[in-house]
Design a protein around this ligand. Structure first.
Ligand SMILES: O=C(O)c1ccccc1N[C@@H]1O[C@H](COP(=O)(O)O)[C@@H](O)[C@H]1O
Length: 205
């Protein structure tokens, strides 16, 4: 089995992006959702991306952004992959000329395999925790036993992951990738380089 891929999300500063890459992250994520404490402007994201070395996937996170606004943003920021984290349908996610992943917010009793089948064009599905009224970035984990072992798409595990629980999460779920935001922060929107290092080392050990 290949090594689990790792995305560090909610990057707002060049130094945090470089710390993530130096620690071995495969992807970094930018939150384009104004209500998030980790929100960045297109200009901020562009200047962080300009500082990156090659072969780092840049991901833009959106929550029900109007199509015209998203199209304009994609003309301004060189994003490799789109992460739809709201109530977008498969049609809402398509037609932007970029691969995408769709976040599913998981709650007890959910049939994740059935939800995956609703997004046949997605590159993968990201599993986050359902918390009423909050689209994501809650720092809460869900019941990992709900994750199917034979999903039709690569699964990215998210929601409340930390350096302390990511090793067990990877052992139990065997996801394609893991995604973290709050678990590697010193404060909202500010990453902690030591936590990023510990997270990546434990995810892959
Ligand atoms: O990070 C945010 O503020 C955010 C806002 C709106 C939607 C998603 C958001 N973050 C994503 O949520 C998951 C889990 O985050 P955490 O590790 O539990 O803090 C992750 O994919 C973040 O990218």
């Amino acid at each position: 089995m290949s090594a689990v891929r790792i995305k560090i999300c909610g990057i707002t500063r060049i130094e945090d992006a470089l710390a993530a890459v130096a620690a071995g992250a495969d992807a970094i994520g930018f939150v384009f959702y104004a209500k998030s404490p980790r929100a960045v402007t297109p200009a901020q994201a562009r200047s962080i991306i300009a500082a990156l070395p090659p072969f780092v996937t840049t991901v833009g996170l959106f929550v029900d952004m109007p199509r015209a606004e998203l199209r304009q943003l994609l003309g301004e920021v060189p994003l490799d992959l789109l992460q739809f984290h709201g109530d977008e349908s498969a049609e809402d996610c398509a037609g932007f000329g970029r691969p995408y992943i769709k976040a599913l917010r998981v709650k007890p009793g959910d049939d994740i395999a059935a939800a995956v089948s609703r997004y046949p064009e997605a590159s993968g599905l990201l599993l986050d925790t359902y918390v009423p009224g909050v689209p994501g970035g809650t720092g809460e984990a869900f019941d990992w036993s709900l994750v199917p072992q034979d999903a039709a798409k690569p699964l990215i595990l998210a929601g409340g992951l930390t350096p302390d629980n990511v090793g067990e999460a990877v052992r139990q779920v065997r996801p394609y990738a893991v995604d973290v935001s709050g678990g590697v922060e010193a404060a909202k929107g500010i990453k902690d380089a030591a936590k990023i290092q510990a997270f990546i080392q434990r995810a892959r050990s």
